[in-house]
Design a protein around this ligand. Structure first.
Ligand SMILES: *[C@@H]1O[C@H](CO)[C@@H](O)[C@H](O)[C@H]1NC(C)=O
Ligand SMILES: *[C@@H]1O[C@H](CO)[C@@H](O)[C@H](O)[C@H]1NC(C)=O
Ligand SMILES: *[C@@H]1O[C@H](CO)[C@@H](O)[C@H](O)[C@H]1NC(C)=O
Length: 447
């Protein structure tokens, strides 16, 4: 690991950024299937994300920075040059609002954001030229990419198996004395290693926001709770096999990352800055899949609020194919982004090596997800199984002999309607978005 400053022997063509949301209120997740319950971002969370946006701006959108991306407009955002997607799932409000704040720092208000009208008057946007940068709210109901794990039956089975494994039981036994100290602080929450994420989150949120709690709760307990939560989450969101179900959060987000890297490397594509706003889970899987956690054990756990991974696509000055550099900033604990070794290399890794290693485990199509997750019901899978029955009926010779043209037409229309609902018949879905993402906006995006 080293700080990414100084002269460089390569030029940054563009960057794919993954950032965790900022500080938020308590968040409860079911410990077996990770079904979430509501939470909200705080003012602190907005500050953390805003500052992260400013940091990214100082690195990539600043002409005097060695990592300046010269092809991206630095004042008024050009939609074709940036792609922003935000996980709209259980923590959706927190994550979407984190993206809004990060973008305020990345593309701050500018008096250049103005329009001259037919009558000669020039109008500048409110708040000193506040720019509304398009954000795609990625809804788990019609897009699996940023929350591959929810409603995934195979994932639930693997989680239960992890809880029943000898290593988990041994960990629980080793730390039972510590766990026994906690009930007095936990307001009735179950004190088991299985529930460790919720225990840690409850403690962490109160430690940040509740003065009485912060005074009475021993700081070293917080560290111990975090260590156990890291063990818990790394066990659940990684897998000894790259294509193992524990890595589903990485497997489903990878296509959007690989697409982003390919667009950046393509000189004819204007897209140079990709930012995905997510929870901590894809980080864990990606750190496992890229071998980064193996080479840097401190990456094997929950990243801090407003932590960010920046995968830079760099063109070596000496020529040759583009390379990837792996930079990470652990929220406000780190002043700067640090460079980490990954994929067994102590240097930048060629784009083709990166793609060849990760493409085999990447998928974001619904049929694969329904199959891998053994689900015929949720997240569009029910529609998919209905559709395959309809199309089988349509082509079977017996069916063809009996059904009239009208019925065939009805089947075709039903299929088209199904495809529409599944989001297959969308135009520009990946590039459009709205500032204030919500159910309504995501419907708008599909038209
Ligand atoms: C021009 O149109 C804008 C928007 O309707 C209005 O605010 C402004 O006062 C108009 N200016 C003149 C000179 O009429
Ligand atoms: C990924 O995580 C698993 C634990 O789930 C571990 O056994 C494996 O070694 C990790 N792989 C790498 C490359 O770090
Ligand atoms: C991020 O910060 C947390 C909390 O201080 C720490 O436990 C973890 O090891 C850090 N990770 C990295 C990669 O620095």
């Amino acid at each position: 690991m080293s700080t990414t400053t100084g002269t460089s022997d390569s030029k940054v063509l563009g960057v794919v950024v993954l950032a965790r949301h900022g500080d938020r209120e308590g968040f409860y997740q079911n410990s077996t299937d990770y079904t979430p319950s509501g939470t909200a971002i705080t003012a602190l969370g907005n500050v953390q994300e805003f500052q992260l946006g400013q940091k990214l701006r100082s690195i990539y959108l600043n002409a005097s920075s060695p990592s300046f991306i010269s092809t991206v407009n630095t004042t008024v955002v050009k939609d074709a040059q940036v792609q922003i997607r935000a996980d709209g799932g259980g923590e959706g409000g927190v994550i979407f609002n984190s993206a809004v704040s990060l973008l305020q720092g990345l593309f701050p208000a500018t008096l250049d954001y103005k329009t001259t009208l037919a009558n000669g008057t020039t109008i500048t946007a409110p708040l000193g030229g506040y720019q509304t940068v398009p954000i795609e709210s990625v809804e788990p109901g019609n897009d699996i990419s940023l929350e591959g794990w929810t409603s995934c039956n195979t994932f639930v089975t693997a989680t239960k198996a992890f809880y029943n494994s000898p290593s988990f039981k041994q960990k629980a036994a080793e730390h039972s004395e510590f766990l026994d100290l906690l009930p007095q602080y936990l307001d009735g929450r179950a004190v088991t290693l299985e529930n460790m994420w919720n225990i840690f989150d409850f403690i962490n949120v109160r430690y940040i926001h509740d003065a009485t709690f912060a005074k009475s709760f021993p700081e070293n307990y917080l560290h111990q709770a975090r260590d156990l939560a890291n063990f818990h989450e790394y066990g659940i969101f990684s897998s000894p096999q790259p294509n193992g179900i524990g890595n589903i959060a990485g497997q489903t987000i990878l296509p959007s990352i690989l697409d982003g890297l390919a667009s950046i490397a393509d000189a004819n594509n204007p897209l140079k800055l990709v930012y995905q706003a997510v929870s901590y889970k894809p980080f864990i899987s990606l750190f496992n899949l890229t071998g980064a956690a193996e080479m840097n054990p401190q990456l094997a756990g929950i990243v801090n609020y407003a932590a960010a991974l920046a995968l830079e696509v760099r063109q070596p000055n000496a020529g040759g194919e583009p390379v990837i550099r792996f930079n990470f900033k652990n929220g406000t604990d780190d002043e700067e982004f640090n460079r980490y070794n990954f994929l067994g290399s102590t240097n930048d890794v060629s784009l083709s090596t990166f793609v060849d290693t990760l493409k085999p485990v990447a998928f974001d199509d619904l049929p694969t997800w329904c199959k891998v997750c053994n689900n015929q019901q949720d997240r569009g899978c029910a529609m998919l199984s209905t559709l395959s029955i309809s199309s089988t009926d349509r082509v079977s010779p017996v069916g063809a002999g009996f059904v009239g043209a009208g019925v065939t037409l009805a089947v075709v229309s039903a299929m088209l309607a199904g495809l529409y609902l599944l989001g297959f018949l969308t135009i520009g879905k990946r590039r459009r978005g709205s500032k204030f993402g919500s159910e309504t906006d995501s419907q708008e995006m599909k038209i």
